[in-house]
Ligand binder design. Sequence first.
Ligand code: ATP
Ligand code: MG
Length: 637
Amino acid sequence: MVEQAKHQSNGTYQNLYDESIRNPKGFWARQADLIHWQKPFEKVLDDSKPPFADWYVGGETNLCYNAVDRHLDQLGDKPALIYVSTEVNQEKVYTFRQLHQEVQIAAAMLQKMGVKKGDRVLIYMPMIPEATFAMLACARIGAIHSVVFGGFASHSLASRIEDAKPKVIVSADAGSRAGKAVAYKPLLDEAIARSSYKPGHVLMVNRGLVPFDTVKGRDHDYAALRKELATAKVPVTWLEATDTSYILYTSGTTGKPKGVQRDVGGYAVALAASMKYIFMGEKGKTFFATSDIGWVVGHSYIIYGPLIAGMATVMYEGLPIRPDAGIWWKIVQDHKVSVLFSAPTAVRVLKKQDPAYLSKYDLSSLKALFLAGEPLDETTSDWISGAIGKPIVDNYWQTETGWPILAIQRGVEEMPGKLGSPGVPVFGFNVNVLNEDTAQPCRTNEKGVVAIEGPLPPGCMQTVWGDDERFVKTYWSSFKTRQVYSTFDWGIRDEDGYFFILGRTDDVINVAGHRLGTREIEESISSHPAVAEVAVVGVADQVKGQVAVAFAILKSADAVNETQAKTLEAEIMKVVDSQLGAVARPARVYFVNVLPKTRSGKLLRRSIQAVCEGRDPGDMTTIEDPTALAQIKNAMA
Ligand code: ATP
Ligand code: MG
């Protein structure tokens, strides 16, 4: 099914891309016109201290102003924030004018608690409008927000409190998952107790879901303050382009999370450019990213990107299959969503449901479905594009970059995509595939490390919060001969310039001297028609060093008996044999109902591997379903 057509750029993409690499300063000076500058910048880029890159030096702007105030004249009475919750069965629409007021109220609350420019505010909240207000309020007054995903437990939360040292924490009594309230406050109290640093104030949104204890003098009620400050006017604080807008910790799939620190001006420009050239965002239309504000996709494409582009943004609290698998498509229909952004993991969840839900609603407003966050296998991509009849646009990026590195940039030029490939380099990203030892570019179709030549374009991380040395050491020191940014992902570039991501550099297994990417084996197993999802890990083996072991979820919900499982296992091994060769054949294929993943949908391969080898799986606070590891253990037994 791989598209055979050569990459036929009519030149538009290639010209734009080439200019962005050849003359980054000229290119990004022009893109800067996409946003409002209170004071023009003096220097487009200061890269005198590589690998650090300061964009738009001397310029003054504000993320909140660009997201909200700037649209008041034209879009004041048009929707800005569309809150849909299938958890508490609520829907609320805020116009730009209403959002403007709510943000000022929230900003006034923070100011009342002494928050000033540069102070940190930690946001530990479910997907409710107040979370958006709080983020934008921080941006408005120059406070640095650090959103911590609501699913994290006290241990992870405590380490983030310790690291970010917030003056105020904004939280809520509870989130809700599958209709069940999940208390936040006890976890927050416990986290604060564990942390040696103590925040001065806690601002609590009381949703009335779970009663909680209030600490006198420290905890404040959002609703009461909102009443008191209902007409507050809080002017925008103009910030240096290079000031810090937020800290966001990576999901920690590969170890200790890093506090990714982002700027103000470069981020605003990068998002505005991405909305135009990648996401085909149009002012006045609706954008729906199904992620969570706790992740980078939530920051860039639930909050800032769409609003900067003058779009309404959907904030959805709920699961993709509740009340039924039609819910996303109903939202698309009801709110005339023009751009939908989700993750392959969520699509795989839908794949297990009745496909009739996908054709039940009017999707005529929808231009494309964007997917990011993990590899998009061909089967899943084929399935969803067939089911909804819309273009599927894979895009590859990281918390660190803040916006896509690889994508077909449909807003620039309609180029054909290739199944299994997130596309071609995005303007501004000088992406290469490098030999891990020599740092020399690999040949066409030769596997190497996906790396980016500095300086990174606007919008990427400035540094690791409070730790410049860790930034340089972690990201820029993989190659001995020169300083290049490593993505820590394997990839290849084909003869047409399309990239393929082959998994993380630390997800490699070594079978009798053959180095195999777990992702390649997973891709092969996924092509078996009965398989919905699969994880492959390398497990220590006395003879071969390591062997591949697969854990698969079947499409059919019906349990398989032992004979059926044996047959399926043999079939799957045959598929791998024929596609990749016998060395890649998994030693065993086990069938499970759920795989251990982070709450952002990323496979916890290291934990699976640890369980398989009888080791401790490590810190499991980010795990989506704690029973998943038990299933792995049982399957092996
Ligand atoms: P940590 O860095 O703490 O281990 P993480 O890497 O899982 O966490 P993210 O920044 O959210 O946290 O994930 C980025 C990674 O996700 C990429 O480096 C890549 O491995 C994977 N990824 C993202 N999008 C795609 C995509 N479209 N195709 C393939 N892989 C993708
Ligand atoms: Mg990472």
